[in-house]
Write a protein that binds this ligand. Sequence first.
Ligand code: ZN
Length: 110
Amino acid sequence: MKFTEFKKIAKKKSVHLLIDLDSLEQVKEGQKILVKDHRTVQEENRFKVKPVAVTESGQFYVVCPICKEVHVHGLGKASDQKGDLPSGVFCGSRVSHCHEGDYDFRIVIA
Ligand SMILES: [Zn+2]
Protein backbone atom coordinates (compact mmCIF):
# COMPACT_ATOMS: atom_id res chain seq x y z
CA MET A 1 0.00 0.00 0.00
CA LYS A 2 0.99 3.60 -0.39
CA PHE A 3 2.68 5.34 2.52
CA THR A 4 -0.15 7.89 2.73
CA GLU A 5 -2.63 5.02 3.03
CA PHE A 6 -0.52 3.41 5.73
CA LYS A 7 -0.40 6.65 7.72
CA LYS A 8 -4.20 6.54 7.95
CA ILE A 9 -4.13 2.89 9.08
CA ALA A 10 -1.44 3.72 11.62
CA LYS A 11 -3.89 5.95 13.45
CA LYS A 12 -6.10 2.98 14.29
CA LYS A 13 -6.14 1.82 17.86
CA SER A 14 -5.28 -1.75 16.90
CA VAL A 15 -2.05 -0.68 15.18
CA HIS A 16 1.01 -0.06 17.31
CA LEU A 17 3.81 1.90 15.76
CA LEU A 18 7.31 0.69 16.58
CA ILE A 19 9.15 3.67 15.19
CA ASP A 20 8.46 7.33 14.57
CA LEU A 21 7.16 7.48 11.01
CA ASP A 22 9.02 10.75 10.54
CA SER A 23 12.24 8.75 10.80
CA LEU A 24 11.47 7.10 7.46
CA GLU A 25 12.97 8.83 4.47
CA GLN A 26 10.32 10.02 2.06
CA VAL A 27 11.18 10.11 -1.61
CA LYS A 28 8.90 11.81 -4.08
CA GLU A 29 8.64 10.02 -7.38
CA GLY A 30 6.22 11.80 -9.67
CA GLN A 31 2.92 11.87 -7.80
CA LYS A 32 3.94 9.05 -5.50
CA ILE A 33 5.55 9.31 -2.11
CA LEU A 34 7.85 6.38 -1.55
CA VAL A 35 9.60 5.55 1.68
CA LYS A 36 12.91 4.11 2.75
CA ASP A 37 13.60 2.54 6.10
CA HIS A 38 17.27 3.02 6.91
CA ARG A 39 17.18 0.17 9.40
CA THR A 40 16.91 -2.25 6.48
CA VAL A 41 20.15 -4.02 5.75
CA GLN A 42 21.07 -5.99 2.69
CA GLU A 43 23.01 -9.20 3.07
CA GLU A 44 24.01 -10.63 -0.26
CA ASN A 45 20.71 -11.00 -2.08
CA ARG A 46 18.48 -10.78 0.94
CA PHE A 47 17.05 -7.79 2.71
CA LYS A 48 16.59 -7.87 6.45
CA VAL A 49 13.63 -5.70 7.18
CA LYS A 50 12.36 -4.52 10.54
CA PRO A 51 8.68 -3.92 11.13
CA VAL A 52 7.42 -0.37 11.47
CA ALA A 53 4.19 -1.42 13.19
CA VAL A 54 2.38 -4.44 14.59
CA THR A 55 -1.32 -5.11 14.97
CA GLU A 56 -3.12 -6.72 17.86
CA SER A 57 -3.77 -9.74 15.67
CA GLY A 58 -0.03 -10.14 15.10
CA GLN A 59 0.50 -8.74 11.64
CA PHE A 60 3.52 -6.67 10.77
CA TYR A 61 3.82 -3.64 8.57
CA VAL A 62 7.13 -3.25 6.82
CA VAL A 63 8.61 -0.82 4.34
CA CYS A 64 9.38 -2.89 1.28
CA PRO A 65 12.95 -2.29 0.10
CA ILE A 66 11.92 -3.26 -3.43
CA CYS A 67 8.86 -1.11 -4.20
CA LYS A 68 9.33 1.32 -1.27
CA GLU A 69 5.71 1.01 -0.27
CA VAL A 70 4.30 -0.58 2.87
CA HIS A 71 3.38 -4.26 3.00
CA VAL A 72 1.56 -6.16 5.66
CA HIS A 73 2.96 -9.56 6.56
CA GLY A 74 1.28 -12.21 8.60
CA LEU A 75 2.74 -13.92 11.58
CA GLY A 76 3.18 -17.63 11.73
CA LYS A 77 4.59 -20.31 9.54
CA ALA A 78 4.46 -19.31 5.94
CA SER A 79 4.83 -22.01 3.31
CA ASP A 80 8.28 -20.71 2.44
CA GLN A 81 9.51 -20.91 5.99
CA LYS A 82 11.99 -23.72 6.13
CA GLY A 83 12.10 -24.07 9.89
CA ASP A 84 15.72 -22.97 10.04
CA LEU A 85 15.06 -19.43 11.11
CA PRO A 86 16.34 -18.11 14.40
CA SER A 87 13.66 -17.07 16.84
CA GLY A 88 12.26 -13.64 16.19
CA VAL A 89 12.48 -14.03 12.44
CA PHE A 90 9.24 -14.45 10.57
CA CYS A 91 8.37 -14.93 6.97
CA GLY A 92 4.89 -13.72 6.31
CA SER A 93 2.83 -13.56 3.21
CA ARG A 94 4.34 -11.35 0.59
CA VAL A 95 3.35 -9.68 -2.59
CA SER A 96 4.65 -11.44 -5.66
CA HIS A 97 7.47 -9.03 -6.42
CA CYS A 98 9.02 -9.78 -3.04
CA HIS A 99 10.11 -13.06 -4.65
CA GLU A 100 11.20 -11.59 -7.94
CA GLY A 101 14.68 -12.02 -9.28
CA ASP A 102 17.39 -12.70 -6.79
CA TYR A 103 15.78 -10.65 -4.09
CA ASP A 104 13.95 -11.86 -1.11
CA PHE A 105 13.40 -10.37 2.26
CA ARG A 106 12.88 -11.42 5.82
CA ILE A 107 11.37 -9.57 8.68
CA VAL A 108 13.59 -9.45 11.69
CA ILE A 109 12.09 -8.83 15.11
CA ALA A 110 14.90 -8.10 17.49
ZN1 ZN B 1 7.07 -4.24 -2.28
